[in-house]
Design a binder for this molecule. Structure first.
Ligand SMILES: [Zn+2]
Ligand SMILES: [Zn+2]
Length: 106
């Protein structure tokens, strides 16, 4: 980061740019995320919503929310269930290569 970087970049953006999504890095080991993840996996009956595989399942965020009033991103487990879906690793990676997860300022 140099002094010339554009100022528009909100704080916390960096962890969204890590390559191997799951994206939140250390936060993915947070107990609250484990609980949320389990909840979503159960709802989707432990199957990828795209190919129905039950291997290497991951929970994907369909949107990221930037909370304007707090100038920070919403924590992974604070998203409503309809924004989280179960994908197998392969569909997850394909999805991320194809689409950019929209970041919404709330
Ligand atoms: Zn799949
Ligand atoms: Zn994802």
């Amino acid at each position: 980061m140099t002094a010339k970087s554009p100022p528009a970049k909100p704080k916390g953006q960096d962890f969204l740019n890590t390559k191997s999504h799951g994206s939140y890095g250390a936060l993915l080991f947070h107990p609250d995320w484990k609980t949320k993840r389990k909840e979503i996996l159960q709802r989707d009956m432990h199957r990828c919503v795209h190919c129905r595989s039950d291997k290497d399942l991951q929970v994907h965020h369909r949107q990221y929310h930037f909370i304007a009033s707090e100038q920070k991103f919403r924590l992974p487990w604070e998203y409503p269930g309809h924004l989280l879906i179960t994908l197998c690793e392969s569909c997850h990676n394909k999805g991320h290569n194809k689409y950019k997860v929209p970041t919404i300022t709330i």
